[in-house]
Design a protein around this ligand. Structure first.
Ligand code: SAH
Length: 248
């Protein structure tokens, strides 16, 4: 079981697999006023940077589930490196349908809401692991500006304009699901650059190390087109943020 190989190649050097920077995760952790000993569940935990740094900085404990074997191994390694391996556990598995045995203070899905069929389904799934009074975290794109055409939306890796909302509508949508938005931290274009542009050097180095790999033509094609494509579309049209929610 694993994710498509292109991600395990292009994001192999990423600690954070979304447009957040280390500073943004620190800001979010502080904004949530995390107490030492708070329990966190993280579905699609990637390379574990959120849980590991919050364990180090705020004394939380947590469990992360991720379908990438590579990222899960990196998360375990990062926990050792930061001296928090006794506080955080990373499991290589499909997070679809995962409900924790013990209720948590914070239930998160930061950039992987397809795990439960979208934002609404993921909130429903996370709510099953949440203690009363706990906080749900959803990391998700929104439109920074509305794409002028459906073609432009597809160039932003959306299936349609209707996949995402403008920020005010997106914030309002949580209310319609019965949730208060109690905090939010938004990425910016510099953060998008760190996420997207960091893939290019990783792909270039991978191509140099693996010229004969059967996957090389696909990586070559991606590296050739990704920078211009990103500058023209994703960087201009897509916003991204983490929204903290509590049921009304
Ligand atoms: N939250 C992390 C990673 C976000 S990227 C961070 O902020 O860095 C999306 C992650 O979802 C990837 O790590 C990918 O491996 C993982 N993923 C994709 N499908 C999944 C599934 N069905 N179950 C668990 N993890 C999944």
């Amino acid at each position: 079981m694993d994710i498509p190989r292109i991600f395990n190649i292009s994001e192999s050097a990423h600690r954070i697999h979304n447009p957040f920077t280390p500073e943004k995760f620190a800001t979010l952790g502080a904004a949530l006023r995390l107490q030492s000993g708070a329990r966190i569940l993280d579905l699609g935990s990637g390379s574990g940077e959120m849980l590991c740094t919050w364990a180090r900085d705020y004394g939380i404990s947590g469990v992360g589930i991720d379908m990438s074997q590579l990222f899960t191994g990196q998360a375990q390694h990062r926990a050792q490196e930061l001296g928090v391996a006794a506080q955080v556990k990373f499991i290589h598995d499909d997070a679809a349908g995962y409900v924790s045995a013990e209720k948590v203070d914070v239930a998160a899905c930061v950039g992987a809401t397809w795990i439960a069929g979208g934002v609404a389904g993921t909130i429903e799934l996370l709510a099953q692991s949440l203690r009363p009074g706990g906080i749900i975290l959803i990391g998700e794109p929104y439109w920074r500006q509305l794409p002028p055409t459906e073609d432009v939306a597809r160039e932003c890796h959306a299936n349609a304009i209707s996949d995402y909302l403008l920020l005010p509508e997106f914030v309002a949508s949580f209310g319609r699901l019965g949730y208060d938005v109690v905090e939010m931290v938004l990425a910016n274009q510099d953060g998008w650059d760190r996420y997207e542009a960091a893939k290019w050097l990783t792909m270039r180095r991978w191509l140099e190390a693996n010229p004969g790999d059967e996957f090389a033509p696909e990586v070559r094609a991606e590296l050739t087109t990704a920078p211009v494509h990103y500058a023209a579309y994703t960087r201009e049209y897509l916003g991204w943020g983490v929204f903290a929610l509590m049921p009304r």
